[in-house]
Design a protein around this ligand. Structure first.
Ligand SMILES: Cc1cc2nc3c(=O)[nH]c(=O)nc-3n(C[C@H](O)[C@H](O)[C@H](O)COP(=O)(O)O)c2cc1C
Ligand SMILES: Nc1ncnc2c1ncn2[C@@H]1O[C@H](COP(=O)(O)OP(=O)(O)O)[C@@H](O)[C@H]1O
Length: 279
């Protein structure tokens, strides 16, 4: 997690802003940011529903400082009131960058044409960005993840989908019966479809090749778990650490096995698939 750099920025130095929700900080969002000037900034309107890049993780994906506005505080403003607020907050603002579908103000009644009329400065409207003829939006990326289609989600994100969580103690069964896993408590982030994934696990800023499991452990205690097995590593100290998992590819969906031996055999096959992917 990178601290929002807006904390250290003088708002009066900002001359251009991009406005939106920006959950995902995906390739279309990055196109907007390319149109910012050197002293640009990002205005992120918080709905409370961001799940691809929750608020405290967003700064990692841009060099521009992010300033957050709570939707509840601004949603009853008329169009000119919203622009007046921004002009008051950023005294030297002369350029606004938004996407083709940007709406603002009370009842989302104001569109890009209204923005051009109300704001006395440059307004850049980015036409809809698509990838292979498919529009890029965070809602589609969420759908890809929920279907386990990691590669498609990653191509729309322009990076590997990453979640973050705190190490928690597991059942203590893995090391004894199967393979050692790090169990994580993940909040805020959308979890991809239940199943087994080729992943990269980050501990203390070091990336390890890994295979991860998400879902109800229907073959053991039935509880929901996010677990990662680091390949070729036995003695990594992770106690109470914050751990990140980057998703690369789904291996299979979650399954219920009738015996520990069947589950163990399948886990060993998963590990073999992951080993081959990396080498
Ligand atoms: C690569 C891998 C694949 C797994 N696949 C499944 C699965 O298909 N079904 C299941 O119930 N549990 C699966 N698990 C979870 C195991 O049941 C779990 O690791 C075991 O219960 C040990 O849990 P513990 O780490 O809390 O001790 C998988 C774990 C790993 C590492
Ligand atoms: N595919 C796209 N092409 C162009 N602009 C986009 C696209 N997706 C989002 N934007 C713009 O980016 C800003 C943030 O939009 P937001 O609604 O948070 O993204 P999303 O549609 O992915 O949820 C808005 O100004 C929006 O118009």
């Amino acid at each position: 997690m990178k601290k929002s750099s807006s904390t250290f920025v003088d708002k009066n130095s900002i001359n251009s802003i991009a406005i939106g929700g920006f959950d995902g900080m995906h390739i279309a969002h990055q196109e907007l940011f390319k149109n910012l000037c050197k002293n640009g900034a990002i205005i992120s309107i918080e709905t409370g529903y961001a799940s691809l890049t929750p608020k405290s993780y967003r700064q990692e994906y841009t060099k521009y400082p992010i300033f957050y506005y709570d939707l509840n505080d601004i949603k009853s403003l008329e169009g000119f009131e919203f622009i007046t607020m921004l002009k008051n907050d950023f005294k030297n603002l002369n350029k606004i960058v938004v996407g083709f579908d940007f709406c603002f103000g009370k009842n989302r009644a104001y569109k890009t044409d209204d923005l051009k009329k109300i704001f006395e400065g440059e307004v850049v409207v980015i036409p809809e960005i698509k990838l292979n003829d498919f529009p890029v939006h965070s809602r589609y990326i969420r759908d890809f993840l929920l279907n386990g289609d990691i590669e498609k989600a990653n191509s729309f994100l322009g990076k590997e989908y990453k979640i973050s969580g705190k190490h928690i103690v597991g059942q203590g069964l893995g090391k004894k019966e199967f393979v050692a896993t790090i169990n994580l408590n993940v909040n805020e982030f959308l979890l991809p479809q239940s199943g087994v994934y080729i992943t990269t696990t980050i501990v203390d800023n070091i990336e390890y090749n890994s295979v991860s499991f998400l879902g109800h452990r229907s073959s053991t205690d039935g509880n929901f778990a996010v677990e990662t097995h680091i390949l070729n590593q036995n003695n990594l100290s992770v106690k109470d650490k914050n751990i990140e998992i980057k998703f690369l590819k789904q291996i299979r969906e979650n399954r219920k096995f009738d015996s520990f031996i069947e589950l163990k055999n399948e886990i060993l096959k998963d590990i073999d698939i992951a080993q081959k992917y990396f080498y």
